[in-house]
Design a protein around this ligand. Structure first.
Ligand code: SAH
Length: 378
């Protein structure tokens, strides 16, 4: 670990140890929240973790084609809402701002779109806000920031989140002797500088309510992740779309049906590391459960679409045609690069199958472009 990483890690580890000593063991969600969003030393608070040189790389950082195609999707949604003369383009967790910049460039193809659009970036990290400001310094449309989604301006909207839901804190439940217990983080009794997982309190009906019904009677030892953040996000979306029309699109890695098992993962400098080691110096994420997400949306009164794989979606939106157009203005090496980028985004061996998307809309709007309605298993 470099000196740079050392101090934030110390600050967060100290704070977590203090909290565990005074409050007792912490939920995985509380641990994740400190590690990612501690205002001084959290992973997102301290640095720009995105991009090839940093901790992980996301689809918009791999290729401009990703943001461009999502931009065309957003413009299509705008047209389906009747091309309102002002509408809100809201991005959740915009990272470096790269995707928004590519979306806006592609949006030029839809006459009137850029005149209507007001961008709101919902970002928790002060460091990334600065990066976004730089990336979008020359954008020709009004841009503002909001600390949370419910603070974004009202009106017809398109809401986008790429790799946003995966960093919302998760809770983990473990089936133990016929009961659900919270999986918690505590101090190793042998070495109080280390964090370890332990079995925490029995979970009540209020907590189990987050769990997919078919998982509730699992065998002893099974671990199920609970995603209260997804539920909150979907409820806020439903509240917004009950007042104003809109479409929303979430892209993330995860499963299409409810699954059991621990998906909490830590990435530091592109390497998987122990999620409990040196909190604040690695990105912590957990898989999105798309079936659950879509059910939550429907239950909250939204029209729901998907899940669909990223590969199928980008192919449907025309990534091959876009790559062919871009290939015309670059040399052979550039063309080979475009091919590699497309392959990474679309191929099932790479991001194409693991990454999925779900879309929602206000009721009464035409279906979300390019993505089939959600079919509920039961
Ligand atoms: N969408 C970008 C970045 C993904 S990383 C991309 O695809 O490259 C996750 C992003 O979500 C970061 O910008 C992070 O700071 C932000 N974020 C995570 N949790 C958040 C929250 N609760 N509120 C606002 N932003 C959040």
């Amino acid at each position: 670990m470099s000196d740079d990483d050392f101090r934030p890690a110390q600050i967060i580890s100290e704070r977590l140890r203090d909290r565990i000593r005074s409050e007792g063991a912490l939920s995985v969600a509380a641990f994740m929240t400190e590690a990612l969003f501690h205002p001084m030393a959290g992973f997102y608070a301290t640095k720009d973790p995105l991009g090839a040189a940093n901790d992980f790389i996301t689809a918009p950082e791999i290729s401009q084609m990703f943001g461009e195609l999502i931009g065309l999707w957003a413009a299509e949604c705008w047209m389906q809402m009747g091309a309102p003369s002002r509408f809100e383009l809201i991005e959740l967790g915009p990272g470096t701002g790269r995707m928004m910049s590519d979306m806006l460039r592609a949006g030029r193809a839809a006459p009137g779109f850029l005149d209507a659009v007001h961008v709101t970036l919902v970002e928790a990290s002060p460091a990334l806000k600065m990066v976004q400001g730089q990336t979008l310094a020359n954008a020709q449309v009004p841009i503002s920031w909001a600390k949370s989604f419910d603070k974004a301006p009202s009106g017809p909207a398109v809401v986008i989140g790429n790799e946003f839901l995966d960093c919302l804190p998760v809770r983990q439940a473990i089936r133990h002797k016929g009961e659900w217990r919270e999986r918690v983080v505590t101090l190793d009794p042998e070495d109080e500088t280390r964090f370890v997982f332990a079995l925490g309190p029995v979970l009540g009906e209020g907590d189990i309510g987050f769990m997919a019904p078919e998982l509730r009677e699992a065998a002893d030892g099974v671990l199920v992740e609970l995603r209260p953040g997804d539920q909150q996000q979907v409820e806020q979306l439903a509240a917004r779309f009950a007042r104003d029309p809109g479409y929303a699109l979430f892209v993330d890695y995860g499963s299409s049906k409810p699954e059991t098992g621990d998906t909490l993962q830590a990435l530091r400098a592109h390497q998987k590391v122990d999620p409990l080691d040196a909190p604040g110096t690695a990105d912590l994420t957990a898989w999105v459960d798309f079936d659950r997400l879509l059910r939550l949306g429907e239950d909250a009164g939204l029209s729901a679409f998907g899940p669909m794989t990223q590969g199928d979606f980008l192919t449907e939106l025309g990534i091959e045609q876009r790559a062919a157009v871009l290939a015309r203005s670059v040399d052979e090496a550039g063309q080979a690069k475009l091919k590699r980028q497309m392959h990474r985004l679309v191929s099932p061996e790479d991001m194409g199958a693991l990454f999925k998307l779900a879309a929602f809309s206000a009721q009464g709007l035409p279906p979300a472009p390019g993505i089939a309605p959600f079919k509920r298993a039961r």
